[in-house]
Write a protein that binds this ligand. Structure first.
Ligand SMILES: Cc1ncc(C[n+]2csc(CCOP(=O)(O)OP(=O)(O)O)c2C)c(N)n1
Ligand SMILES: [Mg+2]
Length: 638
């Protein structure tokens, strides 16, 4: 091949128009780039750097140590060593949920890889962008049952958005680029990359692509004006519209558009737990979140108000009608929201917008289903409404909602059950006015952080109280394992969020059971200097299961006590001593008078911190709609 002399090139450029020049520049930017000869492991790290990865949560082993060796030479990537691969996966998720960018975790083959599975499943259920990398035994050993071989590709198939087993070193750059693209676009989700050891060790000159070409993958879809006009027509005809919005608003970066749409139309907004913060919960149009433990008024607004029935077989008697139009945007009609799905918004017209066509008509048939990016759809509808404003004001509907809100806010009190509980006898010596209810702790945290903290949670009662008593003003403020409901999520997720936002207050509100499931991450926090805080709402029980035992099994305890049955007066295990053994400062609070100062000390600490708050186990999370039941079965009076 003959090369053109550079002088000629310069001359050609002078002759070209400005636009043509910029077109050529653009084309050059898109041209793949040839790198120097490197090992597969080094290529992988170079690809991660090109994707802008700043942090990877990675635990080494025989099948991934080559990649760790390459990581030690990276000047751009911080490698955080979690103390369990599950902690690493949850931390990567926490990072992703807090930032919107893909979190990255890595493990060795076999047990390392299987320890990532819960995190991958969690990311799948909650649509979190995650790239999970696993080392694999050498290709020649695959299928031979060699040491630490598991088919992680096969095992994770039902819980990934996509996955790869790399068999050719030359594919690494394309695959990594695709993996990040798939994880972060459309409906986000987890992508697995399994990389056999011989591919890590092979050498080649990599070609780094600048673009992704994926046939049949359409991440960007836009509703037509015709469809959006139809929605506006339905709003015009409606008397009682409700916006039911979820995590899709947050992942679709559509909060600002939702805000404008709600204010323009004056339609009240309820969110799912995944959608907490998508619309400011302090706004007068906010109904907070709905479903099993959501506000009574959000549930009534969607379904109507009914006479409370004592048995599930009694007929349902409606007192007041609910929504006649439900705008379900970026939600998936999860059973924790709908209860008995046939009865959910039974009398309303349902408009469902989702970016993922597989969600349409999956759980609940929609009258008007639309596949679209929600940011686009909301933004365009606002434009249309500015051109032709709505005539409706929905005054009567707002009055009805205001009276529901006044009647049934989230509420708690020291009940007789609490007063006569073991907790009172064993720990508080009957000093009722000193008892700390879990709800109070969250309320106080809200006050002391002015509602600006990033919260993570475990799974259980404490998770529901965290979501109920903290009012979320912004998206990405509540990071919680919603769809999978994975205990142990809270603290590692807090580490991930704190790595992403070192200057923000990140607090894990955890249960004693959940915290214990990944307590080893206190070591990661201390050694890596990640000042994430944890508040344990320590009720010495698997509280949420206890609540169900109380409701459905006459309080018979089926292995739900976490303390020492031989010594109920002792708080067991001793989290304060445990935290101290990790060199993490910690304090226990038993009495209300000590709570405020102790919490302030925790917030002021520049180190990770554990605040062990002892609370009664007898509290129930209210409101409560039993699983698969209806709003007529909702218990909401304290
Ligand atoms: C990994 C895992 N195992 C079991 C469960 C079932 N489960 C749901 S809530 C709960 C109790 C959680 O106890 P704790 O963390 O102390 O929170 P609390 O309800 O007491 O606030 C259990 C066992 C789960 N969600 N996740
Ligand atoms: Mg508990």
């Amino acid at each position: 091949m003959r090369l053109r002399p550079p002088v000629l090139d310069k001359y050609r450029k002078q002759l070209m128009s400005k636009t043509a020049q910029s077109e050529t520049k653009k084309a050059a930017n898109k041209r793949p780039e040839l790198g120097p000869a490197m090992s597969g492991s080094e290529i992988l790290v170079a690809c991660l750097e090109r994707e802008g990865v700043e942090t990877i949560f990675a635990y080494p082993g025989g099948a991934s140590m080559e990649i760790h060796q390459a990581l030690t030479r990276s000047k751009k990537i911080r490698t955080v060593l979690p103390r369990h691969e599950q902690g690493g996966a949850f931390a990567a998720e926490g990072y992703a949920r807090a930032t919107g960018r893909a979190g990255v975790c890595m493990a060795t083959s076999g047990p390392g890889a299987t320890n990532l599975v819960t995190g991958i499943a969690d990311a799948f259920m909650d649509s979190v962008p995650l790239v999970a990398i696993t080392g694999q035994v050498p290709q020649a050993m695959i299928g031979k049952g060699g040491f630490q071989e598991t088919d992680i590709y096969g095992m994770t198939l039902p819980v990934v958005k996509h996955s790869y087993l790399i068999t050719d070193i030359n594919d690494i750059p394309r695959i990594v680029k695709e993996a990040f693209h798939i994880a972060q676009t459309g409906r986000p989700g987890p992508v697995l990359i399994d990389l056999p050891k011989n591919v890590q060790q092979a050498r080649t000159q990599p070609v780094f692509p600048k673009e992704v070409h994926l046939r049949g993958y359409h991440a960007d879809r836009h509703a037509s004006d015709l469809e959006l006009n139809e929605i506006i027509g339905l709003i015009q005809k409606s008397e009682r519209p409700v916006l039911y919005v979820g995590g899709g608003i947050i992942t679709g970066n559509a909060s600002a558009e939702l805000f404008r749409f709600a204010e323009t139309t004056q339609i009240p907004v309820t969110t799912t737990i995944m959608g907490c913060g998508a619309f400011p919960e302090t706004h007068r149009l906010s109904l907070r979140w709905l479903g099993m433990h959501g506000t009574a008024y959000a549930n009534w607004a969607v379904n109507g108000e009914f006479v409370h029935r004592k048995s599930f077989t009694e007929p349902m008697q409606r007192i007041a009608p609910g929504a006649d139009l439900l705008l379900a945007f970026g939600v998936r009609f999860d059973d924790r929201v709908t209860g008995k799905v046939e009865k959910f918004c039974e009398t309303g017209t349902i408009v469902h917008i989702d970016i993922d066509p597989s969600e349409i008509n999956k759980n609940k048939p929609a009258n008007l289903p639309i596949v679209s990016d929600i940011k686009y759809a909301l933004g365009r509808m606002v434009e249309m409404l500015e051109e032709q404003p709505l005539e409706k004001k929905f005054t009567a509907w707002h009055e009805q909602i205001a009276s529901w809100k006044e009647r049934a806010p989230f509420a708690y009190r020291v009940t007789d059950e609490v007063a006569s509980s073991h907790h009172m006898r064993d720990h508080l010596k009957g000093k009722e006015n000193e008892v700390i209810l879990p709800q109070m702790v969250v309320e106080l945290l809200y006050e002391l952080t002015q509602g600006d903290a990033i919260l993570t949670t475990g799974v259980g009662q404490h998770q529901m109280w965290a979501a109920q008593y903290y009012k979320f003003k912004h998206p990405r403020q509540l990071l919680t394992s919603a769809g999978l409901g994975a205990m142990g999520y809270g603290y590692p997720a807090a580490l991930g969020a704190k790595v992403a936002f070192p200057n923000r207050q990140v607090v894990d509100i955890d249960g004693d059971g959940s915290f214990l499931m990944n307590v080893q991450e206190l070591a990661t926090a201390h050694i890596e200097n990640i000042a994430a805080k944890a508040i344990i709402l320590n009720n010495q029980h698997l509280g949420m299961v206890v609540q169900w035992e109380d409701k459905f099994f006459e309080g018979n305890r089926g292995h739900t006590y976490l303390g020492d049955p031989e010594n109920r007066k002792q708080i067991y295990p001793d989290y304060v001593a445990m935290a101290k053994s990790f060199n993490v400062p910690s304090e226990r609070v038993m009495y209300r008078k000590d709570l405020r100062a102790a919490m302030q000390r925790m917030l002021d600490s520049t180190e990770p911190y554990v605040l062990d708050v002892i609370v009664p186990y007898t509290e129930h999370v209210l409101p409560f709609i039993p699983a698969g039941k209806t709003v007529a079965d909702m218990i909401w009076k304290v």
